[in-house]
Design a protein around this ligand. Structure first.
Ligand code: FSX
Ligand code: SF4
Ligand code: F3S
Length: 393
């Protein structure tokens, strides 16, 4: 493990080489390495080791198989906006076989796979996207006359590492949704041994890239949990780090899409958010590399638990989640006070002054209280069967 000096010890030649190779500034490159190191939960200074590994290691040959899926996993890797993630991925690995990206077709494509397997025997990384149908001897998915079952077994036999990318390959995902007519199964089930899994539909490209870079930097895949998920990405519930968590704790919930609570960014638990029973880092690293807060809950949609077996594509989207670890309080503090009572304008101003934003915050607080009050009155009237006009708002 190195430190920042070691990065600069890489030498301007090495960094210049990187600049040429990736077409990006050394600043962007070092930022990228730091991002990956942080994603992997590595200690301070590890970005040097990451930078060195990417610069000096031979790119690992990757054979990428597609079975029952929508190609969203590949799309999520290639449709990144900043800083040309797909370019980095394609530079960090040598993608020798990928059915939807390679120019070759038919026998040429088959030959490319065989050649890569022979040339990199025991050293290549096998990435599998999609579930594998096992019913009726696997006849539901055949490529070049071979079933997905045969292909995955053949390619895994001489691989240095096997990575199941996406929920389909990790645990069956969407194709395995009951009654699972094709017997869609995970890679681990078909191979009969554990593999590294990166679930999500689609998964976060950084989790894949960080896994590969870990392999490159340390010569082994990262530590995983009992489901094969890298611990750096899947050891925390989404709910533990959600930006709406304070609303959950205070009992402020959106009750309907578009209602006052939804518009004010309240917790989506009562709309069926599965964050409390889904292990993933969506809430901390964002999603799809397209900017701040770009993940389902950040966009106002409940998490559907797409990465979690038994939750995503299994539980109805509107069904409230089982809250793992954290139970909601028995009762909530009353947060909707009538204007003039409870939190007064003066107390709001005092609070705001403490925060250093007196007038603006006080006005906002008063306004929000007013909106919430109006919303609550409208709901109460609805429950009592009164028309909207009769409601005292
Ligand atoms: Fe699609 Fe991948 Fe979902 Fe599956 O991602 S995004 S159906 S997990 O295998 O292509
Ligand atoms: Fe966030 Fe969902 Fe948890 Fe609410 S229930 S805090 S929206 S993860
Ligand atoms: Fe999927 Fe939920 Fe993350 S729906 S992308 S696990 S926030």
């Amino acid at each position: 493990m190195g430190d920042m000096n070691e990065i600069f010890d890489l030498g301007s030649d090495a960094l210049h080489g990187i600049e040429q190779r990736l077409g990006m500034s050394r600043r962007d490159y070092l930022q990228f390495c730091a991002t990956l190191a942080v994603t992997m939960g590595l200690p301070k200074g590890a970005e040097a080791a990451v930078a060195k590994a990417i610069e000096t290691s031979q790119r690992p040959s990757v054979i990428w198989l597609h079975f029952q899926e929508c190609t969203g996993c590949s799309e999520s890797l290639l449709r990144a906006e900043h800083p040309t993630l797909e370019k980095l991925i394609l530079d960090v690995i040598s993608l020798d076989y990928h059915e939807t990206l390679m120019a070759a077709a038919g026998h040429q494509a088959e030959a490319a796979r065989k050649d890569a397997m022979k040339a990199h025997k025991g050293k290549y990384v096998l990435v599998v996207e999609g579930a594998i149908p096992v019913k009726d001897n696997g006849i539901f998915c055949k490529i070049g006359g071979h079933t997905a079952i045969d292909l995955v077994k053949e390619c895994a036999a001489d691989a240095a590492a096997v990575i199941a990318i996406g929920s389909c390959a990790s645990w069956g995902g969407m194709p395995s949704t009951g009654p699972n007519p094709t017997g869609a199964s995970s890679v681990a089930e078909v191979l009969g041994k554990p593999v590294v899994t990166i679930p999500g539909c689609p998964p976060n490209p950084y989790n894949f890239l960080a896994t590969v870079v870990h392999f490159l930097t340390f010569g082994k895949l990262p530590d995983v949990d009992k489901l094969g998920r890298p611990k750096f990405a899947y050891s925390r519930l989404i709910h533990e780090n959600c930006e709406r968590r304070a609303h959950f704790d205070a009992g402020r919930f959106a009750m309907e899409f578009g209602d006052a609570g939804h518009r004010q960014g309240y917790c989506l638990y009562k709309l069926g958010c599965k964050g409390p029973e889904t292990y993933a880092n969506c809430s901390t690293i964002g999603f799809g590399d397209a900017g701040e807060n770009n993940w389902p809950v950040g966009c106002g949609h409940p998490c559907i638990g797409c990465s979690e077996k038994g939750v995503g594509f299994t539980k109805p989207i509107h069904q409230v989640a089982s809250v793992i670890n954290i139970t909601p309080p028995q009762q909530y503090p009353r947060i909707v006070e009538e204007q003039g009572k409870g939190a007064s304008f003066a107390s709001a101003a005092a609070l705001a002054a403490l925060a250093g934003a007196a007038a603006g915050a006080a006005v906002m607080l008063t306004r929000n209280l007013g909106l919430s009050h109006a919303a609550e009155e409208a709901e109460r009237a609805k429950a009592e069967g009164k028309s909207k006009d009769q409601a005292q708002v």
